[in-house]
Design a protein around this ligand. Structure first.
Ligand code: RIB
Length: 337
């Protein structure tokens, strides 16, 4: 099996230069770096990560804790993180907290015992900074869900902006009677979506009172049940904003089974833009989260933190965008029921 020495001889450089390229510990001129990578490829050289890890006290492994791996949004973000980690020479250990804070804390202990170099955490929500404090004993980045009091890096899409674009789209279609199928109150991204949605409605002179806001659990079945409740309302809304795509699917299924046509009778907007949103019937209008950019940035910023633990905490907000498909249409001119 080729050694670092073999690579150095083939590339015509010092072993030190090869080590700096592998460990990213010092700048190496692009031309030299290319000769080293070419030699590694030709010799099928693979760095001895275990030996390296022992020397540098690094495992070259990252932990990823997700709240619900059955949700395609998190499955897609896990794939993005795995791809980005592999390119940086890291493996990942994926953990599912199943929306349970005790499980989340237990996995943090497991990852600490396994000596991962850092953790990307999508928090279950509802965690007090005190409860989360032990989690920040190692390089940690909060993804998708912020805990502002926790002094760690965080990355999420601008959820208030996402709520605004959903509202502006429906308002542009002359909708004025709405229902929101929001997520659980403790999960911060959903709350910010509601803030943005309400702001846009108020700006347009439309209202959304508390009775029009129902709380699901980000899964289809909860929204199916809530849509049946909406069908019993004295005044039917002409549009529903579901705070994620899975809940939009559940709501559309319930509406369709009760003879309501989407979008002819009622428009539905989702959130996340998971792959299935393009293939649902009707194809779902939704707010797309930049999950690939979020995942890649989470890996890059965590590796920076691993290398430089004393960096000040950084907050990154990325922009969501509306993807208009077939589940929304102009409101029909209907007199108040
Ligand atoms: O689909 C799950 C939801 O919870 C997503 O919108 C994501 O932002 C997460 O917070």
């Amino acid at each position: 099996m080729a050694t670092m020495r073999d690579v150095a001889q083939k590339a015509g450089v010092s072993i030190t230069s090869v080590s700096h390229v592998i460990n990213k510990t010092r700048f190496v001129a692009p031309g030299l770096k290319k000769r080293i990578f070419d030699a590694m490829r030709d010799l099928h050289y693979r760095p001895n990560r275990l030996a390296q890890g022992l020397r540098n006290k690094r495992s070259f492994t990252l932990g990823l804790i997700l709240p619900d791996i059955t949700n395609p949004y998190f499955a897609e973000i896990a794939r993005d993180i795995e791809n980005a980690s592999f390119k940086q020479g890291y493996s990942i250990i994926i953990c599912n907290s199943d929306q349970d804070s005790a499980t989340e804390s237990r996995y943090m202990e497991v990852l600490t015992d396994k000596q991962v170099d850092g953790v990307i955490l999508v928090d279950v929500g509802s965690r007090s900074p005190k409860a989360l404090a032990p989690l920040s004993t190692m390089p940690l980045i909060m993804l998708d869900r912020e805990v502002p009091e926790l002094p760690t890096d965080s990355i999420q899409a601008d959820n208030a902006e996402g709520g605004r674009v959903a509202a502006e789209h429906l308002l542009s279609l002359r909708h004025r009677r709405f229902a929101c199928i929001a997520g659980p109150e403790v999960i911060q991204p959903g709350d910010n979506r509601l803030v943005g949605f309400k702001e846009a409605l108020e700006k347009a002179g439309a209202i959304l009172d508390e009775s029009q806001i129902l709380r699901g659990d980000f899964r289809s079945e909860s929204a199916y049940r809530l849509a049946l409740e909406i069908l019993e309302w004295k005044t039917m809304p002409t549009a529903i904003f579901a705070f994620n795509d899975l809940m939009a699917f559940g709501a559309i299924t319930a509406l369709s089974e009760r003879g309501m046509r989407v979008p002819e009778d009622i428009s539905v907007v989702g959130y996340d833009n998971i792959e299935q949103a393009s293939y649902f019937n009707p194809r779902l209008t939704t707010v797309a989260q930049p999950h690939r950019e979020m995942g890649e940035m989470a890996v890059a910023k965590l590796i920076e933190r691993i290398a430089e633990k004393d960096l000040p905490a950084r907050v990154f907000h990325l922009s969501p965008c509306l993807v208009t498909r077939n589940s929304t249409a102009p409101a029909r001119n209907r007199r108040e029921d």
